[in-house]
Design a protein around this ligand. Structure first.
Ligand code: SF4
Length: 723
């Protein structure tokens, strides 16, 4: 493997904390942590072992085309791309532009996310483009956009958390998913102010012990009712910030009236959370709020409450509580959503969403269309309209009115999408499936064409972390074999399509174009460039969006930062400058308990794996630590079903059955199973999850469905076997 000569400063390829690290080339690429405000000098095991994926034994190094015998066989780039272009053109000639769809990912660099949206709209002319961030951040995005007019996961530096007297953390388990983040909770734990809401006693919930705070364990799917009750208590006790509400919020009267029926006893009945715990949580938050003279308070949400068919309403309820306490737009307080995927923030800003153009612009806004079309060098009326969210897109594949071909970039939907068996069926029904990946993921092995791409240490680019800080990803080594960047692949395909405009392949130039396209948008990057980001990061400074051109210095009250480290300090970016409180209503989980399905199933992540596991299952030390799927269940539930620890069990929902090893633990509620979703095959948790979606965000119901569990006595195939 050709090597660079000096150590390279970059960031982790995995989660949105984007821990700073240094890569040192040698016989093997060595990885070490680097001091940075987000991670101190910490990293988790995934980060330490991240170089292993680069040299995975089955790393894709040549384009593959499915031959007549049904096998994927190596071919030249010329043959692969000619085949893709010709097949797509034939399908579009026969069925129209929307016969082709594109599916992106929240792990793609900003440059790739931008170019993917442009490729779909300009080269392919299809409206069918969306991405796996729909499964991740869409409910948080919908709630924040509606309330604040801007969606930046943390609209403040993560280091602000250390100054707070109270933090309410809903549906997030950073102690497992991003361990270095926990350092930011140390101070509030020392003040006894950490409140964790999670049906499980997760590793993060366990941090509340010994006087560090309080763990509330609601029945799955009832987080929204809990938040309505919390606001009820704040109002009933007179703990709201009336001056702030008058000056900075609209619509709060209706919200206040809507929660009048959510008295604590009713909340206890619905959620199973004792009234004393609810009142104590409210008191803790209110005492920490600036209006009460506290040092500050934060309310943070994660996928546990967002990945639900009422996820956007739940986020809205959390924001309503934050507004009631006067937190957003105040230094040292606020509301935020903890982004999951590595570029889960930037990936949702630059146009790979079905309804979006770069700069977080709406594709239905005529002014935005004109602006972006001008940058792209095409007529505005040539751009397609709004597409459909990911779950809807996947369900249309291969149907009469749906796309006949799909290009997948940076996503393993066969494992990560809900109702995964149905997704596999849809993929199999396509005339052409093209997958760009670094390894033969479970989605790639279904493809007609597999294109090997560069990743992480092999490429230049930018990622935007969970606090909206734009970070440089730097190249340390050359990619193996014939792997190429998606930027090159899209340029080559665009040329074959005779697409208008220019198709840069240098990430710095693509960023410059992205910056111009984003100029004046909500997510404005026009004051940034690779060179400026390098300079900023080398100086230990941050660079946050919005960072408008012609200066962009020092917004948000942080002199050390470029751009805007804290948003909303003066006003919310909405007409009139005020935030909007929105009344929301609770309803029971769509797939609720019933005879034959007497327990809830929740899904999530474990310490040693990342998302679909396509990368971390290829790292021997991570696989050794967590080699196979498991189902966590309470001892009382295990006793009822005569299940012993380590037994093979079958979990069944309305979608199907999955198999896993039982892990018996009192950290579970007796009515709730937990299954991580990192595995494919018969152990895939997403064979069980529902594809019912949130009406506002399109987020699927990953986090709650009704299930049954039974010990398996008959032999079953290996858990990784594909059905
Ligand atoms: S996976 Fe996340 S927490 Fe772990 S090292 Fe990478 S960025 Fe940091």
């Amino acid at each position: 493997m050709p090597q660079a000569t000096a150590s390279i400063a970059t960031h982790c390829p995995y989660c949105a904390l984007q821990c700073a690290m240094t890569l040192t080339p040698g016989p093997e690429l060595s990885v070490g942590p680097r001091e940075f405000p987000t991670n101190g000098a910490g990293m988790c095991q995934k980060g330490w072992s991240s170089a292993t994926v680069l040299t995975a034994p089955d790393r894709l190094t040549r384009p593959l085309l499915r031959g007549n015998g049904g096998e994927l066989v190596p071919v030249s780039w010329e043959i692969a791309l000619d085949h893709v272009a010709a097949t797509l053109r034939d399908l579009q000639d026969a069925h129209g532009k929307d016969a082709v769809a594109v599916f992106g990912g929240g792990g793609l660099t900003n440059e790739k996310a931008y170019q993917l949206g442009k490729f779909a709209r300009v080269a392919l002319g299809t409206r069918f483009v969306d991405y796996n961030g729909r499964f991740c951040m869409s409910s948080a995005a919908a709630g924040a956009n509606r309330a604040f007019g801007l969606d930046r996961g943390l609209p403040f530096p993560v280091t602000d958390l250390a100054g707070a007297d109270a933090i309410l953390l809903l549906g997030s388990n950073p102690a497992e998913t991003m361990p270095p983040f926990v350092r930011h909770l140390d101070a509030v734990r020392g003040r006894g102010g950490l409140i964790v809401v999670d049906p499980r006693r997760s590793a993060t919930a366990a941090l509340c012990g010994d006087g560090a705070g309080r763990h509330l364990a609601p029945r799955p799917g009832t987080d929204l009712a809990l938040l309505l009750g919390l606001l009820h208590v704040l109002l009933a006790e007179g703990w709201t910030d009336r001056d702030y509400l008058t000056a900075r919020v609209e619509g709060f009267e209706e919200v206040a009236a809507s929660v009048s029926v959510w008295w604590p006893e009713r909340v206890e009945q619905v959620c199973g959370v004792p009234t004393t715990d609810l009142r104590a949580a409210a008191r803790c938050l209110a005492g920490a709020a600036p209006a009460a003279g506290g040092a500050g308070a934060f309310i943070l949400t994660g996928r546990g409450v967002e990945q639900s068919s009422q996820g956007s309403a739940t986020v809205t309820a959390a924001i309503n509580c934050a507004l009631a306490l006067g937190l957003p737009g105040r230094v040292g307080s606020g509301y935020g959503a903890l982004t999951g995927q590595g570029n889960g923030q930037g990936g949702r800003e630059h146009g790979q969403k079905a309804d979006q153009l770069p700069g977080y612009r709406s594709i239905e806004d005529p002014v935005a269309r004109e602006h972006v079309a001008r940058i792209w060098g095409v007529p505005a009326d040539s751009l397609p309209g709004k597409g459909v969210p990911a779950v809807d897109l996947l369900s249309r594949l291969g149907r009469d009115d749906g796309p006949r071909a799909l290009l997948v970039h940076g996503s393993n939907v066969v494992v990560s999408a809900p109702d995964a068996d149905r997704v596999r069926e849809r993929l199999r029904s396509l005339d052409l499936l093209v997958v760009c990946d670094v390894v033969p993921s479970e989605t790639a092995i279904l493809a007609d064409v597999v294109l090997p791409v560069t990743q992480w240490a092999e490429e230049e680019g930018t990622m935007t972390n969970l606090e909206g800080r734009i970070l440089r990803r730097r190249k340390a080594i050359d990619a193996p074999g014939e792997a190429r960047s998606e930027l090159w692949i899209w340029a080559e395909l665009a040329r074959r399509f005779g697409a208008g405009g220019t198709w840069e392949t240098d990430p710095a130039l693509v960023f410059d174009e992205l910056a111009r396209a984003s100029s004046g948008g909500v997510a404005d990057y026009s004051g940034a460039s690779h060179a400026r980001l390098d300079e900023s990061e080398n100086a230990g400074r941050g660079c946050y969006w919005p960072i408008p051109g012609a200066g962009g210095e020092g917004g948000g009250g942080d002199d050390a930062a470029l751009g805007t480290s804290r948003t909303f300090l003066d006003a919310f970016p909405r007409a009139g400058g005020r935030a909007r409180a929105v009344a929301v209503a609770y309803r029971e989980p769509a797939d609720n308990l019933r005879p034959g399905a007497p327990v809830y199933l929740t899904t999530g992540r474990v310490l040693h794996h990342y998302q679909s596991g396509a990368q971390t299952r290829r790292v021997p030390e991570l696989l050794a630590a967590a080699p196979e799927p498991h189902v966590a269940l309470h001892p009382a539930l295990a006793e009822i079903h005569e299940i012993a620890d380590g037994d093979l069990v079958a979990v069944t929902t309305a979608r199907g059955t999955a198999y896993a090893r039982a892990r018996i633990t009192a950290d579970q509620r007796p009515d709730t199973l937990f299954m991580p979703f990192h595995w494919a095959g018969l152990g895939s948790a997403n064979r069980l999850t529902s594809d019912r979606t949130d009406p506002v965000s399109g987020m699927p119901d990953f986090k709650v469905c009704a299930a049954s569990i039974a010990r398996v006595t008959a032999p079953v195939p290996a858990l990784e076997a594909l059905p």
